[in-house]
Design a protein around this ligand. Structure first.
Ligand code: LER
Ligand code: MN
Length: 272
């Protein structure tokens, strides 16, 4: 079992779902609490130099689980469905920079809201632009040993790929070895028929997972059936990262500690 927690740089958007901000402090805190790694939610690939990141990880005996791209949408509304040529170029530059960084750290780049929406005006055009960018970025990632992980996100945030079944259908269509899926149980609680069964059914694409409670607090709070989730992952033989992506409630330290303690003692018992 490899546990990480999502963290961001100091300049992260207030809406970023991270417990800690400031990469140096975040990596140290996560290590002290007993996480194996951190997921970096970045706005830009140059927020930290690869040399500084390498040194920080070594000092704290930590790994990067994945680079997450949600703030590219959150901060600049750049998306794979974008029609404007200059903004597509800006997205391409940012996203390929994440892939470069991930080729040294974690080998995974998340694609959540940065895939963009289909909208109602020209959904087919938007889907076509998504597919073009998806193939271009996947080719770039594949050459660098990186996998792009598509995150189903609930309907209140996006209109394109809400459930894990929909993600698998799109991944069948994309049909690229550098594209996989990363379910988030917070979104699955809204969109999927049954979290455990959906995970098992879509096992072929599941390469990474986000954990949060039903109200995005620490896993173990809220009303998700955690035993069903742990059991499904065990049945699948899941051996990827589990990343805690939550709100810093009631405060960052308590949220991060409560999560790791709950997961080590409950999820951990499935992996003995
Ligand atoms: C990001 O991982 C996520 O889960 C989304 O809800 C962000 O919009
Ligand atoms: Mn998520």
């Amino acid at each position: 079992m490899k546990l990480s927690v999502a963290v961001a740089g100091k300049e992260a958007m207030p809406t970023a779902f991270v417990v800690f901000r400031g990469l140096e402090e975040s990596i140290k805190k996560a290590s002290d609490l007993g996480y194996d790694g951190v997921e970096l939610a970045l706005k830009r690939p140059d927020e930290i130099s690869p040399a500084d990141l390498k040194a920080l990880l070594k000092k704290n005996r930590m790994e990067i689980s994945a680079i997450s791209s949600g703030q590219v949408w959150g901060a600049r509304q750049l998306a794979f469905t974008e029609a404007d040529k200059d903004r597509r170029a800006e997205l391409r530059k940012t996203f390929s920079g994440f892939i470069d960084l991930a080729s040294d750290f974690g080998q995974l780049v998340n694609l959540g809201r940065t895939r963009g929406s289909l909208g109602t005006e020209d959904p087919e055009g938007a889907k076509g632009r998504f597919m073009d960018m998806a193939h271009e970025m996947a080719d770039y990632a594949h050459k660098r040993g990186v996998t792009l992980i598509l995150e189903p996100v609930n309907r209140y945030e996006i209109d394109f790929i809400n459930s894990v079944d929909e993600a698998s259908a799109l991944l069948d269509e994309i049909d690229h070895p550098a594209f996989s899926c990363m379910p988030d149980v917070f979104h699955m609680n809204i969109e999927d028929d049954n979290i455990g069964q959906s995970l098992i059914r879509n096992k072929r694409y599941v390469k990474y997972i986000h954990f949060a409670s039903s109200h995005r607090h620490a896993p173990g709070d809220g009303h998700l059936n955690w035993d069903e989730i742990f059991q499904a992952l065990m049945i699948m033989g899941y051996d990827g990262w589990t990343s805690v992506e939550i709100l810093p409630y009631p405060d960052p330290d308590t949220a991060a500690k409560r999560s790791v303690d709950f997961l080590r003692s409950n999820y951990g018992s499935y992996y003995k």
